[in-house]
Design a protein. Sequence first.
Length: 180
Amino acid sequence: MLKVAECGTRSGYNRHRRNNEQPCRDCTTANTQSSKDFQKRNPEAAKKHRKVTYNNNKESILESHRSYYKNNKEKILKRHKRYYVSNIDLYRRAKSRRRAKERNNGYEKYTLAQVLELYGTVCHICLEQIDMDAPRSIGAKGWENGLHLDHVIPISKGGSDTLNNIRPSHGICNMTKSSK
């Protein structure tokens, strides 16, 4: 066992490892803090180190991930579902970006706030005010008057997923327009 003076330091952690011992809590904490400090001071070197470590241990890391997924599948799926429900707009925008990218139509990142600031809250199809409190999910009560983001030139017809091809619209107007 180590002397008390060495415990709680990075060198104490290394000494435990060299002696094939389980590191004590103080040494583990010191090692973790030392690693965090190094990453803050040298982000590029830390990134390079993570990449090299991953490449050298890729199979064992992937096996560990597969094993964790297998043992915690329900927990992981619940977490993904919660994230999806609370970030549905991010998923919708990512889907549009992905479709535009696959078709080489052009895309850029934009936010809902940018669209509303640029074009306001009037439906560009029927020119009536959009109910910003109405639900946006199709099928929910009152969704017809809720906000949808419409691609003026549909992605399927060669339109881009950029701010100049997006306009606010009512849900029902957007669905009726479809890909016309």
